[in-house]
Design a protein around this ligand. Sequence first.
Ligand SMILES: C[S@@+](CC[C@H](N)C(=O)[O-])C[C@H]1O[C@@H](n2cnc3c(N)ncnc32)[C@H](O)[C@@H]1O
Length: 275
Amino acid sequence: MTDHQAEYDANLANWDERVAIHFDSPMYREHLDDLRAGGHCLSATHVELVGDVVGKRLIHLQCHMGMETLSWARLGAEAVGVDFAPSAIEVGRRLADELALPAEFVCCNVYDTPEHVAGKFDVVFVSVGALCWLPDVRRWARLVAGLLKPAGLLYVNESHPFGDIFDDADDGRGLAIKYPYFADGKPLRFDEPGTYADRDAKTEHNTTYDWAHPISEVINSVIAAGLTLERFDEIAECVWPRFKLMKQVTPNLFELPEPMNRAIPHMYTLVARKK
Ligand SMILES: C[S@@+](CC[C@H](N)C(=O)[O-])C[C@H]1O[C@@H](n2cnc3c(N)ncnc32)[C@H](O)[C@@H]1O
């Protein structure tokens, strides 16, 4: 029994159940259509900041169904996706076969990655909705440093933890501060049916535990692991409907109504390099 096993078990049951729903959702269907059309589903910012991946080894931690992992493979990387949800990894493997892309998928808790993956990587890629599922960001940063080759790049595009302190107000007319920015390592428990990709989906495994990590904790963990911070951006745009109040303006852009739009950061990007 590892520390936090009960929380991991609940989160795994929740994620595993949501894979089939996500696969059929318009949000992920759009990504799959891009891949099936011979393109990729990465944002222009990801592609620009990660840079040329041709012939590089890239590992995508908490890859979900692997659509971004497969996108990096399409751009020339030798890609590995890691996730603990067996159904997500099964979809990734099936799509790699269907699309004939050089991506490998590994099913394990992210902290156990080195036991399941051989060799070192030029790029560690982490995208939105990953770090909140991990109790210990310092341990995660040490894991990342261990996976990277010298001069290897860490690219993180994540949900901004300041945005995480809010939720829709009970009267549905605004946002209210509902969660701590400084949770001091204590998990927050949520009981929510549905998912961000389909709020009305019928689901059974609705309990999750997540961990709030202030920005300073993430940055200091990366530095403490021996990486050099090269870039940090805070982003006003949101790529998923974080609040019920948000309206979809493009397939990958959700906005709060004025005057709240652009009032808070929704995402951040961090780029760091191993010495
Ligand atoms: C929000 S999703 C990532 C979404 C991805 N960026 C995308 O756009 O498809 C979070 C993923 O983290 C995985 N996950 C959560 N906790 C994990 C853990 N401890 N080890 C490995 N994977 C984990 C879940 O199974 C899920 O696929």
